[in-house]
Design a protein around this ligand. Structure first.
Ligand code: SF4
Length: 167
């Protein structure tokens, strides 16, 4: 997997101070994409998990990690994304993980594959759905268009219905 970028700290990609990993490669090709260059799977540099995890562990200001892109949950990227999330959770169980995806939660659940289910169990907040230009709204927090949802994954899986996070 290639990495399109990494922020050591940010407060605009989820609640609280967070490290942000942007993975390369996305199959969705949304018109008006905010990060078109990252649609290319070969863009950026090879993801070095050890280096990135060390940078995160060395930063005491952080409360969590956000994974964005590109598309973290496509079949090409999801194995390394899951491996990365697991290592973060093992080292910092109190960290919360936000993940941006162009898929909807329902589409991910319909896959019925082990790796996607495991990933959903590790993620705390899923910002789901493609960017839709006609529904673009710059006043929205942490999302680009109003079709996208900020989902509390654990509550949603438990209650078997989508529970959105109030932000
Ligand atoms: S899902 Fe995100 S990265 Fe992929 S094309 Fe859409 S806006 Fe761009």
């Amino acid at each position: 997997m290639n990495m399109a970028g990494f922020y050591d700290e940010s407060i605009s990609n989820g609640l609280g101070w967070r490290a942000v990993l942007f993975v390369s490669g996305c199959p969705h090709h949304c018109p008006g994409c905010h990060n078109k260059i990252a649609q290319d799977y070969n863009y950026g540099t090879k993801f070095n998990k050890e280096e990135i995890v060390n940078r995160i562990m060395d930063n005491s200001i952080l409360k969590g990690v956000t994974i964005s892109g590109g598309e973290p949950l496509c079949k090409e990227n999801i194995p390394e994304v899951l491996d990365f999330i697991k290592e973060i959770k093992e080292k910092r169980p109190e960290f919360n993980i936000w993940c941006y995806t162009g898929y909807t939660l329902e589409q991910l659940e319909e896959r019925k594959d082990k790796i996607t289910d495991e990933c959903l169990n590790e993620i705390d907040v899923l910002v789901d759905g493609r960017f839709v230009e006609s529904r673009k709204d710059p006043t929205l927090k942490f999302r680009g268009s109003s079709n996208q949802r900020i989902i509390d994954i654990h509550k949603s899986l438990m209650q078997k219905q989508v529970v959105q996070l109030a932000v």
